[in-house]
Design a protein around this ligand. Structure first.
Ligand code: CUA
Length: 160
């Protein structure tokens, strides 16, 4: 009896150790990603009336602005596409994206980066990124949003 209890305790201890070790590994991985790839965890920065996204405020005029040595982009993700249709940035400069939707839920994923933003109608998502590699980046929606979902693609260009 005593012998069995001892064995159970040892297994338990091993599992507790394993659990803590995995948590430690995940924390280190997240820290490593933030340090090497930048913090690309999107945040919500407020809400606007989804029915006015197309007519009022920054998103009625989707655009890329150069502010000092950085860029700010106001993006509409709609069924089925993205506005502005063309975006250009210089490599090595920080880009802050603000994204919202006037209709249904979409996403804003930039291929070959770790940017993947869920876009909720009227909710303003914010994410920043510094493109290091010049080239063409595909933008894709990976949130099923209706009949045209599969064609909801766009691109952005990073110049050297
Ligand atoms: Cu938008 Cu799928």
């Amino acid at each position: 009896m005593e012998h069995n209890e001892h064995i159970i305790e040892r297994y338990e201890r091993a599992w507790i150790f394993f659990g803590l070790a995995m948590i430690t590994v995940f924390i280190i991985l997240i820290g490593y990603m933030v340090l090497t790839m930048g913090n690309t965890i999107p945040v919500s920065t407020g809400r606007i009336d989804a029915t006015k996204v197309r007519t009022e405020g920054d998103f009625a005029n989707p655009r890329v602005e150069q502010v000092g040595n950085e860029y700010v982009a106001y993006i509409q993700a709609f069924a089925f596409g993205y506005l502005p249709t063309e975006m250009k940035f210089k490599a090595g400069k920080k880009v802050t994206f603000y994204i919202t939707s006037p209709d249904v839920q979409h996403s804003f994923q930039i291929a070959n980066t770790n940017i993947n933003v869920q876009v909720i109608p009227g909710e303003i998502a914010k994410v920043s990124y510094t493109f290091k590699q010049p080239g063409e980046y595909r933008i894709i929606c990976n949130e099923y949003c209706g009949i045209g979902h599969a064609n909801m693609i766009s691109k952005l260009i990073v110049e050297p």
